[in-house]
Design a binder for this molecule. Structure first.
Ligand code: NAD
Length: 337
């Protein structure tokens, strides 16, 4: 069994911990938290050994009556691999900790690509992570774009991708984020950072991206135009994308018109936290004009990177190939509607 540690138990960390705990070949050795809040209590209730991320704060856990198993140093030492799910920039500060214990580490999309040996997406470059000490699972948006672009590139060739990313202002629990009554070009300058980030996965791909932020919390929406090198018809593209492991084609009969209905759909189907790990592509939106493909997809920012983190663990340790790992991960967490 692979011993996995999760350092940073917030939006992404708690979801990755749950997914790891479900894998047949992994054991969650513990999670590290900075504060004894309700999430810390939940970790203990779930039977996840809880470690103090900051030694000076051990007393606050004692005072709150939250049981600790030790410090993050001990956790990292006991693990075969650590998933760092700390806020952007903290992962970089933690790198020396992982190096000191010679424990390979996965970081999240908020860290700079320069921090790591490899930026990772299971569908696109699984094998490149084998043996790497530092791997970054790319952001929610880059994950969503990579999953879409990989099959298009393989089947038709991509001449140029142009994507407008309509991004949620914050996650539902981020009460301080905005905008609350505005639509912001963000960043105002072009390209947004998303295109260059996609190039960490597909170095040769020609892609331009524009970003907006809107008063929404549930999901991101991508307006996609890909100029292909060949001219499939829209039905062929629909079939291609439907056959992918981590896409969900929204059929017209589902009557799902946006992120709210998508989240309701996920909750009705018993998804933990209403999570949607798949790219949600409106089947009707898939259109061809000459060799230009157009479509809309929605991306659940809090969860699409979760199965990718699980696959990155196997990729780094070299214990499965992409197909095997993706199938195991999907089966264990119940991915696929
Ligand atoms: P978050 O704030 O919800 O969770 C981070 C957790 O780490 C918090 O519980 C925080 O208390 C804890 N923490 C802070 N300092 C720490 C330290 N020194 N040691 C251990 N824990 C510490 O953040 P998040 O949304 O889960 O984001 C984590 C990473 O994932 C970021 O790089 C982010 O860019 C990336 N990411 C976030 C989303 C998203 O939509 N939330 C999507 C994809 C990727």
């Amino acid at each position: 069994m692979i011993q996995v540690a999760v350092n940073g138990y917030g939006t992404i960390g708690k979801r990755v911990a749950d997914a790891v705990a479900k894998q047949p070949d992994m054991e969650l050795v513990g999670v590290a938290k900075t504060r004894p809040n309700h999430e810390a209590e939940l970790a203990v209730e779930k039977g996840y050994p809880l470690y103090a991320a900051i030694e000076e704060r051990i007393d606050s856990f004692d005072e709150a009556g939250v049981e600790l198993a030790g410090t993050v140093d001990e956790l990292v030492d006991a693990a075969d691999i650590v998933v760092d799910a700390c806020p952007s920039g903290i992962g970089a500060e933690n790198k020396s900790l992982y190096d000191a214990h010679e424990t390979p580490a996965l970081y999240q999309g908020g860290e700079d690509a320069e921090l790591v040996d490899v930026s990772f997406n299971a569908r696109s470059n699984f094998a490149r992570a084998e043996g790497a000490d530092h791997v970054r699972v790319v952001s929610c948006n880059t994950t969503g774009l990579s999953r879409l672009l990989a099959p298009l590139q393989e089947s038709y060739g991509v001449e140029k991708a142009r994507v407008t990313l309509v991004r949620r202002g914050g996650d539902p629990s981020q009460s301080g984020r905005g905008p609350i009554n505005d639509v912001l070009p963000n960043p105002i300058t072009l390209p947004s950072h998303h295109g260059p980030d996609v190039n960490t996965i597909f170095p040769e791909l020609s892609i331009d991206t524009l970003g907006l932020k809107v008063p929404a919390t549930l999901m991101h929406t991508h307006s996609v135009n890909v100029t292909l090198e060949s001219t499939p018809d829209a039905d062929e593209v629909r079939e291609l994308l439907a056959a992918e492991d981590r896409t969900f084609l929204i059929e017209p009969s589902y009557d799902i018109d946006g992120a709210g209905a998508l989240k309701e759909f996920a909750m009705d189907r018993g998804r933990p936290r209403g999570d949607i790990w798949e790219n949600c592509i409106w089947a009707e939106s898939i259109s061809m004009a000459g060799n230009d493909l157009y479509l809309f997809q929605a991306i659940h920012q809090e969860s699409d990177v979760v199965p990718e983190n699980v696959d990155a663990i196997r990729a780094v340790l070299g214990i499965a190939d992409a197909e095997e790992s993706i199938a195991t991960t999907n089966d264990a967490i119940g991915l696929g509607f």
